[in-house]
Design a protein around this ligand. Structure first.
Ligand code: MG
Length: 458
């Protein structure tokens, strides 16, 4: 069966030349533009949308098509070129745009591309708004305008500079530069290379960059997880660098390699950023229910609070805005610092981690030891919505002694660990994540989940 075009709250994702074509993208642009006009009401002022793209070869085609769709409904376009996802977020608010579009399929393989949407606050549309955009698209409700009122396209080349400016404003540039850190950067030939090299140069780092040309020809499988970063680990070790940074193709996620060339796991990115922020001020953090307890440990030591949200960047960002959080993000290496923008940003993450290293004088391996460690295992399995409900029901019976959070699937918190079972937003699968201090405890919870799965799925 051919794969379906996926339309979720974060936008659209498909396979180029199969289900994601220029005409589909243009209609999606028109649907988004119509939605924005509809939401703005009839005050007569023209709206603009900022468009950026990652390095995939199909990026320019999709950006042009979405832009044409927007112009057709009378929305102006500012094309900021080949940039990371968070850079588009910065430009939306900098330029006062009504929305933003990022052409990216994030960490998915090269045959995919996608269209991510942002509202004027640089956040992904909330569920109700995303539902309306999807409805406009499916029902082809496009508010086309006549020739005189068509949108225009302007180009901006200041996106990198504006983004770097905001990141430098949250860091102590001199303190970091004084250390002259030796850094290896792996941008997987995605959008992150050029801008991140510039940021690291501003921070006085000695940089060895690998895969830093934004060719869209990914140097390795693009998700920044251990098995894909063996080369980065080797280069860090060979060069005697103090830290290695890995980005995904749209540079919203950040993974770290320590000075021994060991991949420390994406969960530590948020933990280290929170450790630095909480050393400066008492405040709140927000993260999703699937993220490690490390951040709770760090917050508890600093007298700070952690708010847990359903999975999804927009959920974390909304909770951060509502609760005035000083740091937030996701365990997949997505750091959100509202001073830069309500969007996951590997550049903000890099600045905060280097700042922590500079101020504490501790190496990455020492910092991870300070934070402590957990065992975490993630599994996923096919389950339709009926099976998913049955699995959750049985899990609730099985884990009846746990503290239960039902805001996104079920998260069971025990003294010695936690289990989070939820359905995917984009495919008919369930994910189960288990974390505990002890590997045997993880195995025990996994065994109990496997038993429930067998009972329901056979
Ligand atoms: Mg990404």
């Amino acid at each position: 069966m051919p794969e379906q075009l996926i339309i979720s709250i974060s936008g659209m994702r498909g396979i180029i030349g199969e289900n994601l074509t220029a005409s589909i993208a243009a209609e999606y642009g028109s649907a988004f533009g119509t939605f924005l006009k509809d939401s703005a009401g009839s005050n007569g002022s023209r709206l603009s949308v900022c468009i950026g793209r990652d390095s995939r070869g199909s990026g320019r085609m999709l950006a042009s098509a979405v832009g044409a769709g927007l112009c057709g409904v009378g929305v102006d376009v500012v094309d900021v070129g080949l940039v990371p996802t968070p850079t588009v977020g910065v430009m939306v608010t900098h330029l006062g745009c009504a929305g933003g579009v990022i052409i990216t399929a994030s960490h998915n393989p090269i045959q995919y591309n996608g269209i991510k949407l942002l509202l004027g606050n640089s956040m992904a549309p909330p569920v109700d708004a995303a539902g309306r955009i999807k409805q406009f698209f499916l029902e082809k409700r496009f508010d086309y305008v006549d020739s005189a009122r068509c949108g225009g396209v302007a180009f901006s080349d200041e996106a990198d500079a504006k983004h770097i400016e905001r990141v430098l404003a949250i860091a102590d540039k001199e303190a970091i530069a004084a250390k002259g850190f030796r850094v290896v950067l792996d941008s997987v030939n995605g959008a992150g290379g050029p801008i991140t090299r510039k940021l690291l140069a501003e921070l006085g780092c000695q940089v060895s960059a690998i895969n830093d040309e934004p060719t869209g020809v990914f140097a390795h499988t693009p998700e920044p997880i251990a098995e894909n970063l063996t080369n980065l680990c080797e280069v860090v070790k060979a060069e005697g660098a103090e830290i290695g940074f890995a980005q995904d193709p749209d540079a919203d996620r950040l993974a770290i390699v320590d000075e021994a060339g060991t991949y420390i796991g994406e969960e530590y990115t948020l933990a280290m950023a929170a450790k630095y922020i909480f050393s400066k001020k008492v405040g709140k953090a927000a993260t999703n229910l699937s993220t490690s307890r490390m951040i709770d440990d760090i917050a508890a030591k600093a007298g700070c609070q952690v708010i847990r949200t359903p999975v999804g960047e927009a959920n974390v960002a909304s909770a951060m805005l509502e609760n005035d959080c000083v740091i937030g993000g996701e365990g997949n290496g997505g750091i959100i610092d509202l001073r830069v923008g309500p969007i996951r940003d590997s550049l903000a993450g890099i600045a905060l981690v280097l700042q922590l290293m500079a101020e504490t004088g501790r190496s990455v391996s020492q910092l991870t030891a300070d934070i402590g460690s957990y065992y975490m295992t993630k599994t996923k399995f096919a389950a339709d919505s009926k099976q998913a409900m049955e699995i959750l029901k049985l899990a609730k019976q099985q884990f009846s002694d746990a503290r239960l959070d039902v805001s996104d699937g079920y998260r069971f918190d025990f003294e010695d660990g936690w289990v989070h079972i939820r359905s995917s937003n984009t495919e008919p699968v369930m994910r189960a994540i288990v974390e505990a201090k002890d590997r045997s405890i993880v195995q025990r919870y996994l065994g109990e989940i496997a038993k429930i799965r067998r009972e329901v799925l056979g």
